[in-house]
Design a protein. Structure first.
Length: 367
């Protein structure tokens, strides 16, 4: 931590040598005064500005939002089973996010303890959705109460549901139909009470997708067969994969599991700050890409890793310079478009599963 602080302040002062301006102890004490929600509010404001300046890509008039969660291993201070404090221990946490695949930015993200279910995490983020959004989810999320909660809020969705034992979905699988509008049972009284929804049946559309011998069933709230053709839903659902790539990128390139502090507050601060940093990086890539001519954009893309390296060195200075930073930002964009990577379509390699090392402070075990 101390070396990071020294390098940061040396960079602000435009000096090559390390500059001891703030001690790690002073930083740890000062950060306790910063609420973790500050980064969530900053991200909301940031995305509002992006929407105003650029807008978000749309799928048939709807903004695509992917939702998912990932497991994180964090090193925090803790206690033994008999209540005695010890220095360090490794705990699991769950990071839940709503992601915008069209512009490669995180709409909202929260760090949870592992005893919170993923559907509950999603429910707590529903207010982030607009009426012109479509929420895309994997097969772990469908539930009668969730369908009802989304429909009663006027929110659209597309979820994978082929592994469910819902009678309507099993009947659809056996029918051989390509698509069908069905009525699902009302959520149970307890779910209706817990989630403050009406216990009424839901009308949804089922879409069959066949891949060789495999069959995938999607359930969606978009009932207009002409406005939303069944053939378009394969690409829509596939866009959900971008959130998986985002988790991988933030975990490894931004070292999400390697914390700058060992309290739950520090973990939440780091989580929020790195989500915001990744969004700023995505904006730089998007803005620089806009300056490319259409033919170049069709065959090349900007190296996101290179973009992050450049922005990390200059972001602190930009924030302090305010409007004066605009000239420097332009020069960085000009450098980004010099380092293009050629798009190679249909490139695929067998996936190699390897044990990935975890950066961790936990070199001592707590018993």
């Amino acid at each position: 931590m101390q070396s990071e602080l020294d390098a940061f302040f040396a960079n602000l002062a435009n000096r090559a040598d390390l500059l001891r301006e703030v001690s790690a102890q002073a930083f740890a004490k000062a950060r306790k005064q910063v609420s973790a929600t500050a980064f969530e509010l900053l991200n909301d404001h940031f995305l509002a500005l992006v929407d105003t300046q650029f807008g978000f890509p749309l799928w048939r008039g709807l903004r695509v939002v992917a939702g998912d969660a990932t497991v994180l291993r964090l090193t925090l201070f803790g206690k033994t089973r008999d209540g005695r404090p010890f220095v360090r221990h490794v705990v699991d946490a769950i990071g839940f996010a709503l992601y915008l695949p069209g512009i490669e930015m995180t709409l909202a993200a929260t760090l949870y303890s592992p005893d919170v279910g993923e559907r509950q995490m999603l429910f707590e983020h529903l207010d982030k959705l607009r009426s012109k959004d479509i929420l895309v989810l994997d097969r772990g999320y469908p539930a009668y109460w969730l369908f009802a909660a989304l429909l009663q809020r006027g929110r659209h969705f597309c979820m994978r549901a082929d592994s469910l034992n819902f009678s309507a979905i099993q009947a659809f699988r056996r029918s051989g139909l390509a698509e069908q509008i069905v009525r699902l049972p009302a959520p149970c009284k307890q779910d209706a009470l817990d989630y403050e929804i009406a216990a009424t049946p839901c009308e949804v559309r089922l879409i069959r997708q066949v891949f060789g011998h495999k069959v995938r069933v999607l359930v969606t709230s978009l009932l207009d067969l002409d406005a939303y053709p069944a053939g378009e839903f394969g690409a829509l659902y596939h866009s959900r994969w971008r959130i998986e790539e985002a988790f991988k990128r933030i975990k490894h390139r931004l070292a999400l599991e390697h914390l700058s502090g060992m309290s739950w507050l520090a973990a939440r601060q780091d989580f929020g700050a790195k989500i915001l940093c990744d969004n700023i990086n995505a904006l730089a890539v998007h803005a620089a890409s806009e300056s490319l001519d259409p033919n170049t954009r069709a065959h090349y893309f900007i190296n996101r890793g290179d973009t992050f390296s450049r922005i990390k060195r200059t972001l602190g200075r930009w924030l302090l310079q305010g409007r004066d930073a605009l000239d420097n930002i332009t020069s960085v964009f000009n450098e980004l478009i010099k380092n293009l990577v050629q798009i190679k379509p249909n490139r695929s390699y067998p996936r190699k599963f390897t044990q990935k090392p975890h950066l961790s402070h936990a070199y001592k075990s707590g018993v």
